[in-house]
Design a protein around this ligand. Structure first.
Ligand SMILES: [Zn+2]
Length: 253
């Protein structure tokens, strides 16, 4: 599918853009959903491991899973959609990127200011003193990592099932959604609230809401336009439309 004439004209003229991305954009890079039928971890559902009680009951097992996921991520690269969004950040005056993904691919693709609703798998912190840690994994004995300053358990800095989203991050995203002219909804089914409320906030404040997904979603009937297809193809086309009317060289690196 191609972008409508109306969509192109909004892409060309929007001064304030807010984007929400989800698992679909990462799937195009080959990030698995960890809900597959095959492999070492197939006997667990993600929600059985990604929750605080599972972590306290068996931190070694939960860290084994996150260590596996981090190792998978080493072989995964940002795709053209990630790269195009990073470039949009450089050419649009007021640009906000909100993501439900924890995989760090936006940052690796060059995005600088990313509002992470579900945290980031690259970061960790101590559950007792909250000291942050980078690049932590299972140790050689298969034990969960411990805090160097207080000995407490270290957990991944991600939002687990049953936990609240970071309030300030969500509020910043909601404020950006309320003030934008154009809202892009990319690779997310729109069923997980409160993130799914962001495109509706944008719509209710008069923004043009453009959805890019591989199939129609629960939100499709409530957005301005849905483009069914790969984000890796469509988002670069959107960037090209934005560049039509914007000077080159502004905000250059
Ligand atoms: Zn500590």
């Amino acid at each position: 599918m191609t972008i409508s004439a109306k969509g192109i004209s909004v892409l060309e003229s929007a001064a304030s853009v807010c984007v929400l991305t989800g698992a679909g954009i990462s799937a195009e890079s080959g990030v698995p959903t960890f809900r597959g039928k095959e492999g070492l971890w197939s006997k667990f559902k993600p929600e059985e491991l990604a929750n605080f009680r599972a972590f306290i009951n068996n931190p070694d097992l939960v860290w084994e899973w996150y260590t596996y996921r981090k190792n998978v991520m080493k072989d995964v690269k940002p795709n053209p959609a990630h790269l195009a969004l990073a470039e949009m950040e450089r050419i649009v005056e007021d640009f906000t990127l909100v993501t439900q993904n924890v995989d760090n691919l936006h940052q690796r693709g060059g995005s600088r200011n990313v509002y992470e609703l579900h945290g980031n798998i690259e970061r960790s912190y101590c559950i007792d003193c909250r000291r942050p840690e980078q690049n932590v994994m299972l140790d050689e004995q298969g034990k969960a990592p411990r805090c160097k300053s207080c000995g407490g358990l270290i957990r991944p800095d991600v939002v687990w099932f049953g936990e609240l989203l970071p309030y300030e991050t969500f509020q910043m995203g909601a404020a950006a959604a309320a003030r934008c002219d154009l809202f892009l909804l990319i690779g997310t089914s729109g069923i997980v609230y409160p993130a799914a409320s962001l495109p509706l906030v944008a719509r209710d404040h008069g923004a043009y809401v453009l959805e890019v997904n591989q199939e129609y979603t629960d939100l499709s009937s409530r957005v301005s336009e849905t483009i069914v297809g790969k984000a890796g193809v469509i988002v670069p086309e959107m960037l090209a439309s934005m560049k039509n009317t914007r000077k080159r060289g502004t905000n250059s690196e």
